[in-house]
Design a protein around this ligand. Sequence first.
Ligand SMILES: Cc1ncc(COP(=O)(O)O)c(C=O)c1O
Length: 475
Amino acid sequence: MGSGGKSPSVRGCGHKGVANMGGRYLVCLSLVMNVVLLTSLVYGRGHVRKKGREMVAGNQICLQERDGSGEEEHAKFCRAAGKASSCNNSSSSLPASPAKLPSDAIINLDHGDPKLFEAFWRDAVGKRGDTFIPGWQAMSYFSTNAAGTVCWFLEPSLEQEVRRLHRLVGNAEAAADRHVVVGTGSTQLFQAALYALSPPDAPHPVSVVSAAPFYSSYPLVTDYLKSGIYKWAGDAYAFNEIPRHERGPYIELVTSPNNPDGFKREQVVEGNDGKLVYDLAYYWPQYSPIISSIDADIMLFTASKSTGHAGTRIGWALVKDKEVARKMTKFIELNTIGVSKDSQIRTAKILGAISDAYERETAPESEKFFHYSRDLMRQRWKSLRDAIEFRGRFSLPEFPTEFCNFFGEEGSSYPAFAWAKCEAEEVDDCAAYLKANGILTRSGKHFGVDPKYVRISMMDRDDAFNLFIERMSKL
Ligand SMILES: Cc1ncc(COP(=O)(O)O)c(C=O)c1O
């Protein structure tokens, strides 16, 4: 090393004749590369493009979209910055594919973890959804929204892409007069909606109901904090039997298509004295024909199921009434002081990549997310029906053929979950029976119905799904 205890410095770049000149030369080269690459990133030269649409001058959000040729630039940037962790979202730093399951593995199909779409987002087409966020960006709590935006932490790019995607798909009314509220998953928005719709000073908590079989999280999430303003009141069909004057105020959750059984739903409780929250997590073309554009007061959506990005924890609500949107925003402000900007930016990019592919006239169907994902779901449902048909020990729901406005053709539903019934007389607890055969599912009892039913996730990776089909065909 250098004499006099001095550590090598930039000054050493011009120093010749020292023993480790090669090392210093590399340091210099690396520094020069840093400057060149950073300049390239900041000014958008080389192959790294800035997309004008993604520049929001007010809050200085800037995303660099990396096209195919920008990959290497990005990888170099990551190496030069020496901060692998900040570059971990690059697929180049991930293994080519997750480790394969051994053939005797327990298959966990209890959770609805949407890993089946990973393959789409890994390949060349999906890479259009990659996001790179420099360390200095999106640091503020606040977003610089257009005048009139109620949700003060909503990223403008996310709002824009949410409205654009709904326009493309035609599943829900998302024109400018609807307020967009972003949440940490639709789970947070669900709670925000309960908060916004429950009068703070009523003598009794508002009843929250949903038709059985209902999504198993509703009772848990509604009651875990023992709120004084709302409480879980169970099956909406049973609630509907109570004479009207005895019911008191209520909120009905309408989940369509429904989790767990995949059927489309309408409100169940008769009369118009209740409030409705539509949970439309699965009203996307890969799961269900899009038969109309829903125009409800509060509609909840989530990236978890629409694109498969559960890990971003982004959901959004489309809300008609400004005051309700304001109260939902207040709930999230009190709960988490907003919603991760990084996640919002990433989600905006993903949604935009989907819409872009549909706007590219020349794009083949394999590049179009909803075509790709619908075909995948259709194949999976066919495999499952084929596997259980012969022995007749399980039954599955049958779905009607409906005209899908999005695909412009007739089609069936291919839900994210299979709601299966054990038909064998000796099996009372279907989940326990499947567990004994290496398949974890969620029992019907968590959805307010008989344990002869189970909910099975159809959204795991190929290897888990294929093992599942192999086992089912032998039961
Ligand atoms: C009907 C329904 N609503 C909401 C959610 C939760 O979504 P998020 O991941 O956005 O919290 C789920 C997740 O399984 C769901 O099935």
